[in-house]
Ligand binder design. Sequence first.
Ligand code: PRP
Length: 213
Amino acid sequence: MLIPMINVALPKGRLGDKVYKMFEAAGYPCPSMDDNNRKLIFENQGAGVRYFWVKPSDVSIYVERGAADIGVAGKDILMEYCPDVYELLDLNVGKCRMAVAGKKDFKDNSTKTLRVATKFKNIAREYYSRQCRDIDIIKLNGSIELAPILNLSDVIVDIVETGTTLKENDLQAFETIFPISARLISNKASFKFKSRQIESLRSQLKLQCPTTE
Ligand code: PRP
């Protein structure tokens, strides 16, 4: 009987390279991935796996709609877009945090609407609504740290990894909203119809997850 291939969406970039090495060590190698070219799809029929490189924020879209059976996405993306997928495993890599930050001398005035610059509109909205705080969201697509410096916003809600970007721009993190790491996610129908393969991949991959990073 022909075993169905598992289609895996991996986030393009440094995190994806690291995660692919974990899949490889877990018994799902795909030697053509090491070819230095611009291809986006790679498969190893022997190992029953096909990989796609996709933009990190798009992984959950491919998985939710079944274009990929499984994928690896950051908890930030899962919290922001709430895709209808199963979260199978915390890979314990790609660790960082979602934080509120601003200028070091920022003094909050709770009677005024807070101007919040962010890529993560839903996370910011939910965080401040839990505090019953009126905010004005300014949606940006990158270099979020510029916003408080240029007085476009009072604070930012953004990812902090090493803290270097904040430090080098004289900014400070005030609060952590939640910790972030990369998660293995699965399409719901795939998890039902390819359950044996996905379960076995999950348990092999679990053995490759660092206990601390
Ligand atoms: C992310 C994030 C911060 C930075 C944090 O930006 O938005 O700007 O990394 O990392 P650090 O704490 O290690 O300095 P990214 O590099 O993804 O670029 P962006 O400005 O396009 O969002």
